[in-house]
Design a protein around this ligand. Structure first.
Ligand SMILES: [Zn+2]
Length: 263
């Protein structure tokens, strides 16, 4: 994907140079950015698309017949979706994920990005894993992020980021750029929380069993923003001021990745 993304400006330049004026489509494409740039020339994410997937959904618990349906996650079959975890106080992961997704969307749009999301409310059901991946794929997103909070052991704390392992015929193309995205997010996120002490390595966990990652054709990671089963993490994750810090750290990480990837 990075190769493809990088080649677009070069191809457009070549087309403009070689075909100069011969093709009306080339002229039209050259003209397109002008109106958008005339108002704001400095938005850092202008022309870039980010897919946000807030994990789970508020209606999942009441619809096991839908969310328990097995779907093909490439290396195994998995349920369409799950209900997610919650804190001891009953703060649900799906609500947290949706809140962070909403805050992150606003930040990225302020930076000029086009944002597509897998759900626009917290009271629906699903969508299933393949549909969540398709949201980023269909938009040809420059980066995709799935937002979760973990249900880990109560004595474990910290965040971690799941990245796709290379799987022949599936994630080979996105594994490396996804790793870069994971590193960029990790480097920002560790300024507000420590990497997990119970899973992964330095806040990164490579996986071959995550359907949302395996089915992606664009660089994608899944962020576990903390451990909801840990009392200290739970307190932070439920704090509205800290949620703003989380969204900001994620926006910064994505922005750094996009700048370095040449997208
Ligand atoms: Zn989750």
């Amino acid at each position: 994907m990075v190769r493809k993304i990088r080649s677009v400006p070069i191809l457009m330049f070549m087309a403009a140079t070689i075909l100069s004026g011969c093709a009306t489509t080339t002229a039209a494409e050259e003209d397109t950015p002008a109106p958008a740039q005339s108002k704001n020339t400095s938005a850092p994410l202008d022309g870039l698309t980010v897919a946000i997937d807030p994990g789970h959904n508020g209606g999942n618990a009441n619809h096991p017949e839908i969310v328990n349906e097995p779907v093909d996650a490439v290396t195994k079959h998995k349920p369409c979706d799950t209900t997610g975890t919650e804190t001891n106080d009953g703060y649900a992961e799906h609500a947290f994920n949706f809140e962070i997704g909403t805050l992150l969307q606003a930040e990225l749009e302020d930076l000029g990005a086009t944002v597509v999301t897998t759900r626009d409310s917290d009271d629906g059901v699903g969508p299933c894993l393949p549909e969540r991946a398709a949201t980023g794929n269909d938009a040809n997103a420059d980066a995709a992020i799935s937002i979760h909070a973990d249900g880990g052991p109560a004595n474990g704390s910290g965040f971690h980021i799941l990245e796709p392992e290379p799987i022949e015929g599936h994630t080979e193309e996105i594994a490396e750029p996804s790793h870069e995205l994971a590193l960029a997010l990790r480097d920002e996120y560790e300024s507000i929380m420590s990497p997990a002490d119970y899973i992964g390595s330095d806040g990164i966990d490579s996986r071959d069993d995550m359907g949302g990652l395996n089915l992606s054709t664009v660089p994608k990671v899944m962020v576990e923003c903390g451990n909801m089963r840990n009392t200290d993490d739970a307190k932070q994750l439920a704090d509205s001021d800290f949620q703003i810090e989380i969204a900001h750290a994620l926006a910064e990480g994505i922005t750094h990745y996009l700048a370095e990837s040449g997208a």
